[in-house]
Design a protein around this ligand. Structure first.
Ligand code: TXA
Ligand code: MG
Length: 319
């Protein structure tokens, strides 16, 4: 069983030896390995049961690494990196020959992110290689936001999980791709559309995906709990009659007809950052509580409400 601890030096040694470890980030916990080590990266795919067509994000700590791993950087990518790194933003850029095919699933682009969590930054600064790091959950399940979540799901497959406390943001990074210098969102996440537009002026629609999905985070029924989750309007949720062994996931004023124990409130004060922080942990608790059915309602489709609704939609299997 994986040990949970705070020994940065031990983690660095394990990563240098080609092992996979659990690492905290400000978005969600990741399953990290040396991106240049074929066997280590292969293990990531095996541990997660992740299909090889789904590429990995490389995590870096310096702009030097960004230059080394890419062949061209659009101006707007530079502006976004300056504004939001370290932080919950991933940039998909044309890759250099240094990037192994295994990491990018053979694509000619590479996804790069500079995470903000201080412990993981310390780890990255001690390494001479970038870390390939998907979210530390079995493929298709809810992303982990604590070390304990990682241990519950992957604890028998990795030696160590670095404990950095609950992930502050709570949902994955925003992934931005480029068509020339035109930026588009591949996956909504911790940096909002408004924040991006405030830096580069505009976003273009995502080009039509051909064949395999550009970002399989977009696959139907990703992030799914095992208990059926049904999305309703807030009005419909307010009109629900209480049924045994059902739970509601709400945002804002509590429902009067549902007992406390079966009502999970993402943010009673309607704070979207608080809701993002709570989302995956609540879905996990709900999933483990043995409910027959979960009802939830959509959040305002603005700011962090957009990525939260995206995750809820997938959890409900509505793709
Ligand atoms: O917040 C995050 O981004 C977390 C933390 C651990 O950093 N990581 C994360 O990784 O969410 P993962 O593997 O669970 O999701 C990464 C997504 C996948 O859907 C993958 O398809 C997409 O990024 N991706 C990776 N490389 C890509 C590329 N070259 N082009 C398009 N999409 C890419
Ligand atoms: Mg993931």
């Amino acid at each position: 069983m994986a040990e949970i601890g705070s020994q940065v030096g031990h983690v660095v040694a394990l990563l240098r030896a080609g092992e996979c470890v659990g690492l905290p980030t400000e978005t969600v916990y990741g399953l990290a390995a040396n991106a240049f080590h074929t066997r280590a990266v292969t293990q990531i795919f095996e541990i997660k049961r992740r299909p090889h067509f789904d590429p990995l994000i490389l995590h870096i700590h310096s702009s030097r690494q960004m230059l080394d791993l890419t062949s061209h950087i659009p101006n707007d990518a530079v502006l976004l990196a300056q504004a939001f790194w370290p932080g919950p933003l991933t940039l998909v850029l044309p890759r250099s020959s240094q990037v192994p095919d295994l990491v990018t699933s053979g694509l000619d682009s590479v996804a790069l992110r500079m995470p903000a969590h201080p412990l993981t930054r310390q780890v990255l600064q001690k390494l001479t290689f970038p870390l390939a790091m998907p979210s530390a959950n079995p493929f298709g399940y809810i992303s982990p936001t604590t070390a304990k979540h990682v241990q519950e799901q992957l604890g028998d497959k990795i030696p160590y999980i670095l404990d950095g406390g609950p992930s502050e943001v709570g949902i994955e990074s925003t992934i931005v791709g480029f068509d020339g210098n035109n930026a588009y969102i591949l996956r909504p996440g911790g940096i909002t559309e408004q924040q991006i537009v405030s830096v580069i002026g505009r976003l273009v629609p995502q080009p039509e995906a051909t064949g395999t999905p550009l970002a399989p985070g977009q696959l139907k029924s990703h992030y799914a709990p095992r208990t059926p989750l049904t999305m309703l309007t807030r009005a419909k949720v307010e009109a629900l009659e209480y049924e045994r062994r059902t739970a509601v996931l709400v945002f804002g004023a509590p429902l009067t007809q549902y007992p406390h124990t079966e009502q999970f409130n993402l943010s009673p004060s309607e704070n979207l950052a608080e809701a993002a922080h709570n989302l995956f942990a609540f879905m996990r608790t709900l999933d483990q509580a043995g409910f027959r059915q979960i009802y939830a309602h959509w959040l305002p489709e603005t700011g962090l409400g957009i990525p939260i609704n995206d995750r809820l939609k997938r959890a409900a299997g509505l793709g």
